[in-house]
Design a protein around this ligand. Structure first.
Ligand code: TXA
Ligand code: MG
Length: 456
């Protein structure tokens, strides 16, 4: 099912949006102290202004190590309801709660819950960082606001019995939470359905007039959202004898499956939704995997191109030649254009530096394509995703680093969309390590996935 994505023009401007620059390296969290030390006066003053705004139930955009978030007091139903209005987000899609210390968990997690060993291991290794864990929620009493004793309003969990929690590592995010003294509910700071913002300017362009403050902490390091994990089944008896020893990745993200598997050891299996297991109930809900609603989509069509190594084992679709691919794309795009008489198309290309796809397309700088209705020129706007080559390992095999493409993906989609290209072609990467999150987002953004045969 597809929903209409609200555009800025559907939303009334309510604020004069102010961007407050922050210097992350001026913020230090001394060990075992909950409040940060901030050496830069303007960063300190920006954080004070933003936390007062949060404490008066308004929204603030903050940088995290993954993507920018649209934050509100997680204990207030009014403030969190405003997040849904501002993003045009369906109300049945729950929010992640961000904390700055383990002490804060007590405000949002059911007090009878004993933190299991698996969670302890994951939290020790990956918090603060891009890992979100599900916990049994501590629900707020009726009408409770800013709840001294805590408790999460149903707006945040969309009525689920679990709450998703993470402790971000970005100093500006942690400082905003610590200074406000409140857990912050925050989805990605974009109009619902669009790619997540990884720079303050992405947010400004999208949400200008709809939020009071954007804290600008520079570009996000990870570039894709956190990994969402449900480990609540571990240790539960499934049948008489059997115990469940798996954790489930509902959304792949900044912490990779390989990293989690390495710290958990062989005794616990890490299963990835849709790759290793299906969950009909989950797939009919709008939760993590983004099944029900459109996700990560720019305004123009996106084509995912699988070639070479990745296409052979992840795809059953028939391979086509590059010429056929370009003809099909041109025909589809001209058929969609008003009047259908375009002489040229501008196509955005997000591809790996030096890859066969990049080389094949750069050899034909302005290819002329014959379609059934005439001939058309393709003008490429290339934004490199960076290189995945990371030297050779001890056995002389090439090592791949997929963190660079993950970091650049959303910035690439947003920048090309703003450059008003007619379509974006994204090169697929191997679905492992950071590549799993990359491909998860591109598959959802792409209207079409094509397997293309390329010359060596
Ligand atoms: O990196 C991130 O996770 C960013 C930054 C801002 O922290 N946040 C983010 O939030 O990506 P959002 O709302 O765009 O995505 C949160 C995902 C949603 O797909 C939601 O369905 C899922 O987490 N989620 C939240 N609470 C859940 C719950 N109780 N059970 C299952 N899924 C949940
Ligand atoms: Mg999002």
């Amino acid at each position: 099912m597809e929903t209409v994505i609200p555009t800025s023009s559907h939303m009334k401007a309510r604020f004069q949006t102010v961007i407050l620059p922050c210097n992350p390296s001026s913020i230090v969290f001394p060990p075992s102290v909950s409040q940060p030390t901030i050496t830069d006066p303007s960063t300190s003053s920006a954080l004070q202004t933003a936390s007062e705004h949060i404490r008066s139930s308004h929204l603030v955009v903050f940088p995290t190590e993954t993507v920018y978030g649209l934050a509100a007091n997680a204990l207030s139903s009014n403030a969190t309801a405003d997040i849904f209005r501002t993003k045009g987000r369906p109300q049945d899609n729950p929010l992640i709660v961000h904390i700055s210390s383990l002490e804060m968990l007590k405000l949002v997690v059911d007090e009878t819950f004993v933190i299991p060993k698996t969670y302890e291991v994951l939290m020790n290794r990956f918090w603060p960082g891009p890992l979100t864990l599900l916990f049994p929620v501590k629900t707020a009493g009726d009408g409770e606001e800013k709840g001294g004793g805590g408790g999460v309003p149903k707006e945040v969990t969309a009525g689920h019995s679990t709450v998703a929690v993470r402790m971000p590592s970005h100093p500006v995010a942690r400082a905003l939470i610590a200074i406000s003294g409140l857990p912050l509910a925050a989805p990605s700071a974009n109009t619902s359905g669009r790619p997540s913002p990884t720079k303050a300017e992405h947010v400004y362009h999208d949400l200008n007039g709809r939020v009071g403050y954007i804290l600008d902490g520079g570009p996000c390091d990870v570039g894709v959202e956190s990994t969402v994990v449900d480990g609540l089944g571990v240790g539960k008896r499934v049948e008489e004898e059997e115990e469940e020893c798996v954790i489930r990745v509902l959304r792949p993200g900044g912490v990779t499956v390989e990293e989690m598997q390495a710290v958990l050891g062989k005794g616990i299996k890490v299963l990835v939704h849709r790759r290793d297991y299906r969950d009909e109930q989950l797939e009919n809900q709008p939760t993590t995997p983004g099944m029900k609603y459109r996700h990560y989509s720019p305004t123009c069509p996106v084509y995912l191109v699988m070639s070479g190594r990745q296409s052979t084992h992840t795809h059953s679709t028939e391979q086509i030649s590059l010429d056929v691919f370009l003809r099909d794309v041109s025909e589809e795009l001209t058929a969609e254009s008003v009047g259908g008489e375009k002489e040229s198309l501008r196509i955005g290309l997000l591809s790996l530096t030096g890859s066969r796809l990049t080389r094949a397309l750069s050899e034909q700088r302005r290819p002329q394509v014959q379609t059934s209705t005439g001939s058309i020129h393709l003008d490429w706007v290339h934004l490199p995703l960076g290189s995945t080559y990371n030297g050779d390992n001890d056995q002389g095999e090439e090592e791949e680093d997929l963190s660079e493409p993950a970091r650049r993906l959303f910035d690439g989609l947003i920048s090309l969309d703003r450059a008003k290209v007619d379509a974006i072609v994204v090169e697929g990467v191997a679905e492992e390590r950071e590549g799993l999150a990359f491909m998860n987002r591109v598959r959802k953004a792409a209207g079409k996935i094509c397997s293309v045969a390329l010359p060596d």
